[in-house]
Design a protein around this ligand. Structure first.
Ligand code: ASP
Length: 435
């Protein structure tokens, strides 16, 4: 019997999760849902998270070691960084144009503004404290933060994934530089680690529909609690702002990525999107590029045809530093808050947003809600009160789901482009091909 494709399985889980979540919120089942439904989502998410670090370590080290030529690594690295930063700057520009033309902050009534600030003040303050710590250090701190002082410590917290990426890169490079007979035993160990982790991903994916069902039900439960009316009211009030963010994300995904694929590869855009859909749906359900990474790597290799060499280097790096969706969202959110508070932003401030959002999205961890915390840095840079974050906190989770899906799409697109440039792309007929 032919197996139902993974993206359909996930989609069914999502739709049922939405229906169940709405029924649960309407009938006041939030306790039952937390006790009996949410744990399935948590188990699935934890399984994805627990293999993220071994996968990064194994795949980067074997990937770099297999290059056997440092010049090739620096060429691929240079191109990858340039395209990552270029697409992020483009995404921010789309966000800035949309928010300045449509002005979603102009129509927010004063009473609503005060009500939102009162409701979310405490939550906004705790996020602000964390970002305050990040901000009060110098401009080069972002590079200092990339280097771990203790590799076990770095591997112990998924927020430090970038540190693990950097360490693994160094390790892989060193392996290329030592004599072959000394390097081979370690290369074999990491290659075998990667194979085992990929097998684990396939096992975890067996529970994807149930896991996604639990995750979506959990999100609705958190947003709506037992008062769906209040959640709908909030969505209505901030609906225009949400539409501007989502509209910008859709534009970026529908223009920038297809354009890149058309110019640099021979891959059919439609087939590409179909092939990576399991990763997009999972990113949407988990709001975490880090947790989605194992599946992003699988679909890029097995359904798009990106070589192991390219995907094992480009994708872990992308999951941690390339966040187009987050950057676009941050630009819209910063200007929206300024508009709501009646503060005009001149062209200098808009350029400042462009620059800081590139770095803020690089610095954001690949976990839920990270983009919102780092937004404080942008607000500080343009002189908008950081307490304004309270205005948008209530709808952040929904936007986080959308921006994470775009983040992952960006990573997969750039991996495909780099693979095509390096002649490492074997376009596959992905129909029926599952991971
Ligand atoms: N959740 C996003 C991600 O993991 C980051 C963010 O924008 O909050 O890609």
């Amino acid at each position: 019997m032919k197996q139902v494709p993974l993206h359909w399985q996930i989609l069914v889980g999502m739709v049922l999760g939405v229906i169940y979540g709405l029924v649960s919120a309407t009938l006041g089942w939030s306790h039952f849902t937390s006790d009996w439904v949410v744990p399935f989502g948590d188990i699935f998410l934890n399984l994805l998270k627990v293999i993220a670090i071994p996968l990064i370590v194994g795949s980067i080290i074997t990937g770099v070691a297999s290059l056997s030529d440092i010049r090739k690594l620096s060429r691929i690295g240079g191109k990858t960084l340039a395209i990552y930063i270029g697409t992020t700057a483009f995404a921010i520009t789309i966000g800035l144009v949309m928010v300045n033309v449509l002005q979603p902050g102009e129509g927010v009534p004063h009473e609503l503004q005060q009500q939102l600030q009162a409701t979310y003040q405490a939550e906004a303050a705790s996020g602000t404290d964390r970002a305050e710590m990040a901000k009060s250090r110098g401009p080069l701190q972002i590079f200092v933060d990339m280097i771990p002082t203790n590799i076990l410590g770095a591997a112990g917290d998924n927020r430090n994934m970038l540190q693990v990426v950097v360490f693994s890169l160094f390790f892989g490079i060193a392996l290329v530089m030592v004599p072959q007979q000394k390097a081979q035993p370690l290369i074999d160990v990491f290659a075998s680690l990667t194979a085992v982790v990929i097998q684990i991903v396939q096992m975890i994916m067996l529970m994807a529909p149930i896991g996604v069902f639990g995750l979506i039900a959990k999100t609705i439960n958190q947003v709506a609690k037992d008062d769906i009316g209040a959640a709908v009211e909030l969505l209505g009030a901030l609906g225009f702002y949400c539409l501007v963010v989502i509209g910008g994300l859709v534009l970026h995904a529908a223009i920038t990525y297809p354009l890149l694929l058309k110019v640099f590869t021979s891959v059919s855009v439609l087939k590409f999107f179909q092939a990576i859909s399991p990763a997009q749906l999972l990113a949407f359900s988990t709001s975490s590029s880090g947790a989605t990474l194992p599946v992003t790597m699988e679909v890029c290799q097995k359904r798009v045809g990106v070589s192991k060499e390219v995907s094992s280097f480009v994708l872990p790096l992308g999951a941690t530093i390339n966040m187009d969706g987050t950057a676009l969202y941050q630009a819209v959110a910063a200007v929206f808050i300024a508009q709501t508070l009646g503060m005009g932003l001149d062209i200098g401030a808009q350029l400042q947003i462009l620059l800081t959002a590139v770095f803020a999205s690089i610095g954001a961890a690949a976990v839920p809600g990270a983009g919102l915390i780092i937004l404080v840095i942008i607000l500080e840079a343009i002189g908008v009160p950081t307490a304004g974050i309270a205005l948008i906190l209530g709808v952040d989770r929904i936007l986080d789901m959308c921006r994470t899906a775009v983040n992952v799409t960006g990573d997969a697109t750039v991996a495909t482009v780099i693979a095509a440039m390096e002649n490492e792309l074997t376009p596959l007929d992905n129909e029926g091909e599952d991971i």
